[in-house]
Design a binder for this molecule. Structure first.
Ligand code: PMP
Ligand code: GLN
Length: 383
């Protein structure tokens, strides 16, 4: 293994899901739902296979999905992207992120990301031989946010791009227009590219609105917008994502994608096109259900003695473990199956400055109510 990848070892999601399987613990670690996506969309994938959509689709994606992505982005956010040339289908958001960084960053370029960050960011940046510069999100009045001065200070002449994930995994923060305004101003002033990870775009609560950074003045031209079907339609195993950006940026990403995977799975693309066109009502119900699940898990975790932070989006809750007498989340989560029969994710692994996140642990609530209730009952053993 090349030196720059050695530090990555096994992802925390693989480690913790394996731990859950080995110990029979309830898995509130890796974020995947325990119920299926909309039935008609699943049927559409089966129909596509039976109808012969089984050979290489076009590299940029099947026209039906590129058209549906374009219509979705216009209908929800008023953003126009030409299905031909400004939309690229990828193998999940993960490939979109990796190929965007590989396509747009030279070795030695700096990429800003907010920590805690989704773990593939650091690995993608390392693959590109670029440098991740982390700006820390900290809880202020129960919500993780950044200090605009710290963000400004992180920009150097080598800064090429900023990776912005909102709704944000793992904190659940949905950036406000004001926060996005600070980021946008910096991108314009310092001519940065914004790579936006919007995979939780539909999973927001209490009426919180997801605002794509590309909708801010001067940002469409410099933003690579990324999303995927996994979270929106509860099909994380389909690995179907997409990039929307001006032709020059999408063209760069597409050049790399030709050689990472060439193209993405055909039947899923047709089914996701159906989903984007016809299943947003189903998604609205999912969002309402998830909000109830969030409240259910938050209440339970608080009763079990955790300090709980309220997420405005995603399906994750952050907890502070110190009231229970623990200080190291990695140590606690490795012992949690034995202590309480539950698996969670230590937030510190998503930091460049691990010590800033050592007391946070993330729990997923995209699970059946009875699973959440049983996990909470078990966690009450901790206090
Ligand atoms: N970004 C974030 C913030 C995520 O939580 C995930 C999730 N799993 C991904 C990207 C990857 O998405 P996909 O499964 O579509 O590759
Ligand atoms: N996005 C999911 C999470 O954050 C799962 C990611 C993964 O397994 N790589 O839990």
């Amino acid at each position: 293994l090349v030196a720059r990848m050695r530090v990555f070892g096994t992802t925390i999601f693989a480690e913790m899901s394996a731990l859950a399987v080995r110990t029979g613990a309830i898995n509130l670690g890796q974020g995947f739902p325990d119920t299926d996506g909309p039935r008609a969309m699943l049927d559409e994938a089966v129909r596509a296979i039976r109808a012969g959509a089984n050979q290489y689709p076009p590299g940029p994606g099947v026209p039906e999905l590129r058209q549906a992505v374009s219509e979705h982005r216009r209908a929800h956010y008023g953003l126009d992207y030409a299905p031909d040339g400004e939309v690229l289908v990828t193998v999940g958001a993960t490939e979109a992120i990796a190929t965007s960084v590989l396509a747009l960053c030279e070795p030695g370029d700096e990429v800003i990301a907010f920590e805690p960050y989704y773990d593939s960011y650091a690995a993608s940046i390392a693959l590109a031989q670029a440098k991740l510069v982390a700006v820390t999100l900290r809880p202020v009045a129960g919500r993780f946010t950044f200090d605009p001065d710290e963000l400004r200070a992180a920009v150097t002449p080598r800064t090429r791009a900023i990776l912005v994930n909102s709704p944000h995994n793992p904190t659940g923060t949905v950036f406000t227009r004001e926060e996005l305004g600070v980021i946008a101003e910096l991108c314009r002033e310092r001519e940065l590219i914004a790579i936006t990870d919007e995979v939780y775009e539909h999973l927001t609560f209490d009426g919180t609105e997801h605002v794509p950074l590309a909708t801010l003045p001067g940002m469409r031209e410099r933003t690579v917008g990324i999303s995927s079907a996994g979270k929106t339609f509860s099909v994380t195993g389909w690995k179907t994502g997409w990039v929307c950006a001006p032709a020059e940026l999408v063209g760069a990403v597409a050049t790399v994608k030709q050689f990472t995977t060439f193209t993405s799975g055909a039947p899923w693309q047709l089914a996701v096109a159906h989903g984007l066109r016809h299943e947003l009502g189903w998604v609205a119900r999912l969002r309402a259900e998830l909000q109830d699940k969030r409240d259910r898990l938050m209440e339970g975790l608080a009763a079990a003695g955790f300090d709980v932070l309220r997420p405005a989006g995603t399906y994750f809750v952050q907890t502070d473990i110190r009231p229970l007498g623990f200080t190291d989340g990695l140590e606690l989560t490795r012992r949690l199956p034995e202590l309480a029969g539950v698996v969670a994710i230590p937030t510190q692994v998503f930091y460049s400055h691990a010590e800033r996140g050592s007391h946070f642990v993330r729990f997923a609530f995209c699970k059946k109510d009875e699973v959440i209730d049983e996990a909470v009952a078990r966690l009450k053993r901790l206090s």
